[in-house]
Design a protein around this ligand. Sequence first.
Ligand SMILES: *Cc1c(COP(=O)(O)O)cnc(C)c1O
Length: 357
Amino acid sequence: MRPARALIDLQALRHNYQLARQLSGARALAVIKADAYGHGAVRCAQALEADADGFAVACIEEALALRAGGIKAPVLLLEGIFEASELALIVEHDLWCVVHSLWQLEAIEQTRLAKPINVWLKLDSGMHRVGLHPKDYQAAYQRLLATGKVSKIVLMSHFARADELDSSASSEQVAVFEAARQGLSAEISLRNSPAVLGWPQVPSDWVRPGIMLYGATPFDVPQAEAARLQPVMTLESKVICVRELPAGEPVGYGAKFISPRPTRVGVVAMGYADGYPRQAPTGTPVLVAGKRSQIIGRVSMDMLCIDLTDVPEAGLGSPVELWGKNVLASDVAMHAGTIPYQIFCNLRRVPLVYSGD
Ligand SMILES: *Cc1c(COP(=O)(O)O)cnc(C)c1O
């Protein structure tokens, strides 16, 4: 059996969820969109359900998969409906729904609903992706109320630059949000992971942690709160071939690595078809036989090469951690010019193996 697999530590997931709650002093929707950032949405939801205030996903398909998996907790659709026909399913499956655009508000006005729904009214406070314009916000709130079709309205917005700890952009977004909601007495929700970890002064009734649940930092600098996260996923495999090269020999496609000295090369069963980033260059860290080393040459589809020269105890069959508790996914992502969000979401082909139920 091919040794590549992703171990998922559900105990660490619960730890990170509790940390989000504790740091924010708010209720927390565990964001498990995109199959829980590659960690398996139903299993992660099951592991959190006893503790969690609710979950958040991108779309109704993801929400229905949770309901089919037996999840009874509240589930928020972060992008709301994509077409009006989804409103009936929202009622039927008791889902919560973001309204980010006037067309979605109109759909609620024009659709007969069997029961009132829980709506999260989203403001564009400066990111300029989705969300209502501040000048339309109060009127949209009143129109929603007037439909008689809402059981509750939560006021929400989303940060564009909360991962930049020295930027004033998030404070400016909070100011726009505060002005837009003046006089409305409703619960609020602003904070994603970087804001939970790095912006304790931002008020919250509800927070929406995603990446931090999986134990990866959203920051590209060290941060005290992020250091308390426990990595959930360990992507591991084994050395399947070892070769000794003299100095001056190329390794892998395109001869992107030329051995600068006599080099012991280990070939690992892991490649970009598993989601390991092809862009990861020579020097990207790995752990082999418990010691840190690095990849060399180009990542290929099913294999990659690592340097065993300074790890003589490593050999055929040695375990390799591509990322996990020792080699941080955020570190690998940085080497590959991307973010841990993307390397988790790209994971495929490898079996997910759970522990800590
Ligand atoms: C994905 C998402 C989140 C979670 O973001 P993280 O940075 O992963 O914590 C929160 N809110 C909204 C609206 C999102 O789309």
